[in-house]
Ligand binder design. Structure first.
Ligand code: SAM
Length: 259
C-alpha cells in the first residue's frame, strides 16, 4: 500500500485488525469507517485512469462494488462519468460517502447500502460494474489458493453471478485486484458466464491486475489465450497481509508459487 495516496488516513493504525478474519466481519468495517475518512486499497485512480478511460464511455451507467471511503467514484465523475451507483455493506461507509459526495456537489452519484452477494438491482441495468479490492475480502481465510474452501467459492460465485446478471448484454465487469490470473481465471471462466476474460498489469515494481470481462463475448480463443498464463506471474500475495504487516510492506510470498 502506498503511503503517499493514503497520507490522510491518519487513524490507520487504530483500525488495522489483529487478524485477517476481521475483514469478513461487517462490524469491523463499520468501526473502521467511523474512524477513517479516506483510504485507497491497492492503488488510487491516477494509476489506472488510462485503463478505465479505455473501457468506460462517459454515458455509461456504472456500479461500484464495496466503495468504502475510496475516491474512485468522484474521480470518475470528474472525468465525465456521472451515472454512478456505489454500494457497500457498511452502513457507516454509505452514510459518510453520501455526506462527502453531497458536500462536494456530486449529487447524482447514488450510494446504497447493499450486499454484493445479493445485488438489489434488476437484470441488465448497468453498462459497467467495477470493483477495486472488494472481491479480495471474500478470499480471506480461503485456505489453499489453488483449491479454495467451498464456502469461499460459493460466496465468490454468488458475487460473480450477481454481477453477470445486472450487466447489460454487452456490459463490462472491471476487476482491479492483487489476485493473480492463475487464481482468478478458473473462477471468471466458470461455464455459466458468457464473458470473455482479459487482463492488463499496471504499477511500478509490483504489478496489479486490471481484469476486463466482456459479457456475451466468450469464445474458445479466450480459453486458448488464457492458457499461456498457466504459471504464476508473481509470488502469491495478499493485500490484507500487506496491511497487517504495517509500514514495512513485507509481502508474504509463497515460494512454491514461483516458476
Ligand atoms: C478492501 S475494502 C475496498 C474499498 C474500496 N473499493 C477501495 O478500493 O479502497 C472492501 C470494501 O468492501 C466492503 N464490503 C465487504 N463485503 C461486502 C459485501 N458483501 N458487499 C458489499 N460491500 C462489501 C467493505 O465494507 C469495504 O468497504
Amino acid at each position: 500500500m502506498d503511503t503517499d495516496q493514503n497520507s490522510d488516513a491518519t487513524e490507520k493504525k487504530t483500525v488495522v485488525p489483529p487478524s485477517a478474519s476481521a475483514y469478513l466481519d461487517p462490524q469491523y468495517w463499520d468501526e473502521r469507517f467511523s474512524n477513517e475518512e479516506h483510504y485507497e486499497w491497492l492503488k488510487d485512480y491516477s494509476h489506472f485512469r488510462h485503463l478505465l478511460q479505455a473501457h468506460v464511455k462517459p454515458n455509461s451507467s456504472v456500479l461500484e462494488l464495496g466503495c468504502g471511503n475510496s475516491r474512485l467514484s468522484e474521480e470518475l465523475y470528474k472525468d465525465g462519468i456521472t451515472e454512478i451507483t456505489c454500494i457497500d455493506l457498511s452502513a457507516v461507509a454509505v452514510q459518510k460517502m453520501q455526506e462527502r459526495l453531497r458536500l462536494k456537489g456530486y449529487k447524482e452519484i447514488k450510494v446504497v447500502e447493499a450486499d454484493m452477494l445479493d445485488l438489489p438491482f434488476s437484470d441488465g441495468c448497468f453498462d459497467v460494474v467495477i470493483e477495486k479490492g472488494t472481491m479480495e475480502v471474500l478470499f480471506v481465510n480461503s485456505g489453499d489458493p489453488w483449491n479454495p474452501r467451498p464456502e469461499t467459492v460459493s460466496k465468490v460465485m454468488a458475487m460473480l453471478e450477481g454481477v453477470h446478471r445486472v450487466l447489460k448484454p454487452d456490459g463490462i465487469f472491471l476487476s482491479i485486484s492483487f489476485g493473480q490470473p492463475h487464481f482468478r481465471r478458473p473462477i471468471f471462466n466458470a461455464p455459466q458466464f458468457s464473458w470473455s476474460v482479459e487482463w492488463i498489469t499496471f504499477g511500478d515494481g509490483f504489478h496489479y491486475f486490471f481484469y476486463i470481462l466482456r459479457k456475451g463475448r466468450r469464445s474458445s480463443n479466450d480459453e486458448a489465450s488464457n492458457k499461456r498464463h498457466e504459471k504464476p506471474l508473481m509470488p502469491s500475495i495478499s493485500m490484507f497481509h500487506e496491511e497487517l504487516e504495517g509500514e514495512d510492506y513485507i509481502f508474504r510470498t509463497n515460494i512454491d508459487d514461483m516458476d
